[in-house]
Design a protein around this ligand. Structure first.
Ligand code: UD1
Length: 437
């Protein structure tokens, strides 16, 4: 069992570079299944979730080579002949379900374990399945797996393994996962597809750009209506993954909490504008210094509380909700956070309260009464972002905080401890072998 020891009260200074976006890399890897040629992805983060997705692709008999030093990943999906994402892998990472759209689109059939809920909510996949059905697939759930197969067209009644047919799909909620899965499913379908009330996150545009670079015909990604003209096949490509906005936001809060002057490189202001503006509203000195860097001068004395309400993009990102909560925990006055995307995303609050924060949760609202200082305690990471939030709390607390269950953090942050240490943080990774010695 590895854990971090974080000693607080250090001043952070210098610059840190953000890695490639986890939530783009995973989708582009899944989308590579659609290609009949070799795909080269650049700026791929060396994180646990990417390794799990690589294992999912290998299970399908794709060839995957990951140069972790160079952050280059090569995928050759020419010989894919297995159409099943097994429970062992989907259980480890729910984004594995995103191989369903590409497999269904290219091969006309797929069997994927139903991911089930997780620590932040129920996280159903009903919108994905409804969309597959609209594209002419038959879905059934058997023994914990979704089995989907394409008919030639919704009315043709031909046997499974055929081609999907374009359709008009209207999502009940702008789910990112559903938008991505359906966009990938529609790419090789016959005819036109439109996805209305689509998610607008910047990673959706990254996925569309990637697919177009392989010969897909997608327009409107980044708006709430995406149009796709189905093509017969896709070719190989080389593509560089966009930087991770959530990692950028995490370093912004680290700097706001204890940074004298920190520059975050590959942090794109416009991708997390509403978050940056909220940070500014507290009184933190934050500016965009170029198209892809943000500078934060922390340690201001007079900070103000703010109200935060999470929403799908371009709203305040739910993934940065636990992160900003740590800052607001030490901003004098009453801040309120309303979580509108996931029903169970305040699990970390009790851990933060054990560190001296004063936060009360009522349904999907958290009322934060800012305290002067946090104090170190042993805490655990409930999920990826909540785990990063605990490390941030440790940076701002008096004493040495131990953060457990850090495998959650390692799923999505590359060298989190080393990057923070490079800014002057006192953070140590203690691993199994050290404990056993
Ligand atoms: C993605 C991100 C995650 C982020 C989330 C919201 C990845 C790998 N993960 O997750 O980090 O927190 O977007 O920005 O990219 N829903 C349904 N039915 C569905 C699909 C979704 O009810 O078929 C609900 C979910 O339960 C949730 C909400 O819609 O309450 C948002 O989910 P969605 O946008 O799909 O998030 P993910 O793609 O799973």
């Amino acid at each position: 069992m590895s854990y971090y020891i974080v000693k607080g009260d250090k001043i952070l200074k210098g610059s840190v570079r953000v890695s490639g976006a986890k939530n783009s890399a995973l989708k582009l890897m899944a989308a590579s299944i659609l290609s009949g040629g070799k795909v080269t992805l650049k700026n791929v983060p060396d994180i646990e979730d990417v390794h799990i997705m690589a294992d999912v692709l290998r299970t399908l008999n794709a060839r995957v080579d990951f140069d972790t030093e160079g952050h280059i990943l090569e995928i050759d999906a020419c010989n894919v002949d297995v159409f099943e994402a097994p429970y062992e892998l989907v259980r480890k990472m729910r984004a594995s379900v995103l191989v369903a759209g590409p497999l269904l689109s290219r091969f006309g059939k797929v069997k994927v374990a139903v991911p089930g809920g997780c620590n932040i909510g129920a996280r159903q996949i009903d919108l994905h399945l409804k969309g597959f059905e609209a594209l002419g697939a038959l879905n059934s759930i058997e023994h914990g797996y979704v089995i989907s197969s394409a008919k030639e067209g919704p009315a043709a009644g031909k046997p499974a393994g055929g081609r999907l047919t374009g359709a008009s799909i209207n999502l009940d909620f702008p789910s990112r996962g559903a938008t991505e899965n359906l966009m990938m499913a529609a790419v090789l379908a016959k005819g036109y597809t439109t996805i209305s009330n689509a998610a607008r996150e910047t990673e959706i545009s990254d996925l569309a750009d990637f697919l177009n670079s392989m010969g897909a015909e997608i327009s409107g990604a980044g708006t709430d209506c995406i149009s796709i003209r189905g093509v017969k096949k896709l070719h190989g490509t080389a593509y560089e993954i966009m930087p991770d906005s959530i990692e950028a936001g995490t370093f912004i809060v680290a700097a706001a909490l204890c940074g004298s002057d920190v520059e975050i490189i590959d942090a794109v202001w416009k991708n997390i504008e509403i978050f940056c503006l909220k940070i500014k509203e507290t009184g933190i000195n934050i500016n965009s210094t170029s198209k892809n860097s943000i500078r934060v001068k922390g340690l201001q004395k007079e900070l103000k509380p703010v109200y935060v309400s999470t929403l799908p993009y371009p709203g305040f990102p739910t993934d940065l909700q636990p992160i900003i909560a740590v800052l607001l925990a030490v901003v004098p006055g009453i801040s309120i956070i309303t979580e509108n995307v996931f029903e169970n995303r305040f699990m970390y609050v009790e851990e933060l309260n054990r560190m001296g924060a004063n936060i009360k949760v009522d349904g999907h609202h958290a009322v934060i009464n800012g305290v002067k200082k946090l104090s170190a305690a042993p805490v655990k990471a409930f999920d990826l972002r909540a785990g990063a939030a605990m490390v941030l709390a440790g940076l701002a607390a008096e004493g040495a905080t131990e953060v457990y269950d850090i495998y959650h953090i390692q799923r999505g942050y590359e060298n989190f401890d080393k990057k923070l240490a490079s800014l002057g943080a006192d953070i140590k990774l203690v691993n199994d072998t050290q404990i056993n010695v």
